[in-house]
Design a protein around this ligand. Structure first.
Ligand code: SPD
Length: 357
């Protein structure tokens, strides 16, 4: 009898353990057990061949998930229950994650290839000393346009977007900071403005743009603009470069009122399950030949000076995508606006989106 009771107890304990493990794995997104590494990156933001190469070299299996905005990524990580090992937030999102204690400090001694990063992209205001982040790609926000379809408009001013000849002919990237920033800059305000009157003025101005707006879209914007579904787009510079690879009739410009210079970086969340694997991956991505291959594939600008030297001159010498420091010094980096103000920017952007439906 005693043996029977013991066997019954053992079965019950095993069943409970299995149930607990099952529910934990369901709750935990980005599960990195054993020899796996979970990466959470923007869509279309890595050459998939490099993931294969990394897996072959290290024997680590990569689990790869994507997001389409800093806000979506932040919400997921702030909610908890994730075990991403490497994430790729932008500047202001890094500042917010640091503030919320969501990141592990980076041990520079584990990243010998960090020396390949141009000092211009190190030590930026959102993470002085690069205590928590490693540069991945950078760029600007600007206007891509098809000169054959835009009546000779130069697009050297944001105000050119409001030209009535562009009716239903503009696509906008689906980003609250980008589009609110563009409207604020067009009014000669900072893209980090917190003044409520200015923000309402920006929304009113954006609503006046609606007749010209054909769509507000995510990564599909590249395909749509390359296929000439619209003559004009407000996009990240890297997307512009990729679109222009497909359709060389188009051009890209950063308007004179100013714009955003941004930096996307690799970070290791505090909840990472494979920290050693994360270091291996980050150091791999910092290798000049790897960073060069990645930059050529995704079309974005690399902060890796030794990778830049490996790129063909028509890429590395193109000042639309590699603007000199004198120019980028005149552009603004997004500040961490704080939870409340960031939510307010999102809310105003949502109002504008609803105005376009
Ligand atoms: N498809 C990849 C898009 C990455 C863009 N990151 C830019 C963020 C600017 N805040």
């Amino acid at each position: 009898m005693k043996q029977l009771v013991n066997a019954f107890l053992a079965i019950m304990i095993a069943a409970f353990a299995l149930m607990y493990l099952g529910s934990w794995m369901n709750k935990s997104e980005g599960y990195s057990g054993g020899n796996t590494l979970t990466i959470y990156n923007w869509g279309d933001y890595i050459d998939p061949e490099l993931l294969t190469q990394f897996q072959k070299e290290t024997g680590i299996t990569v689990i790869y998930q994507t997001f389409d905005s800093n806000e979506a990524m932040l919400t997921k990580i702030e909610q908890g229950g994730t075990n991403f090992d490497v994430v790729v937030p932008s500047d202001y999102a890094i500042a917010k994650m640091k503030e919320e204690n969501l990141l592990l400090p980076i041990d520079h001694s584990k990243l010998p290839n960090l020396s390949h990063i141009d000092s211009r992209f190190m030590n930026l205001s959102f993470d002085e000393g690069n205590k928590y982040s490693v540069p991945y790609f950078w760029g600007t926000v600007g206007i891509i346009y098809n000169p054959e379809l835009t009546h000779g408009i130069k697009f050297d001013s944001w105000d050119d977007l409001w030209d009535s000849r562009l009716k239903n002919n503009i696509m906008l990237v689906d980003g609250a900071r980008e589009i609110m920033g563009m409207a604020l800059n067009s009014l000669h305000y900072s893209l980090n403005d917190r003044n409520e009157e200015h923000l309402q003025e920006a929304l009113t101005k954006l609503n006046k743009l609606s007749p010209n707006v054909k769509a507000i879209v995510g990564d599909e914007i590249k395909m749509l603009l390359a296929n000439e579904e619209a003559a004009v787009g407000v996009v990240w510079s890297g997307d512009a470069s990729e679109i222009m690879d497909e359709n060389d009739k188009l051009d890209y410009v950063v308007p004179k009122e100013g714009s955003n210079v941004w930096a996307d970086n690799l970070v290791i969340p505090r909840t990472a399950a494979n920290v050693e694997g994360a270091y291996k991956f980050i150091d791999f991505m910092l290798r000049p030949e790897v960073a060069a291959q990645n930059a050529e594939y995704v079309g974005y600008s690399t902060p890796n000076k030794d990778a830049l030297a490996l790129l063909p001159e028509d890429i590395s010498g193109d000042e639309r995508f590699y603007p000199p420091k004198e120019l980028t010094d005149k552009l603004e980096v997004y500040d961490n606006l704080g939870k409340k103000m960031l939510a307010h920017y999102n809310e105003l952007f949502l109002k504008f989106k609803m105005h376009n439906d």
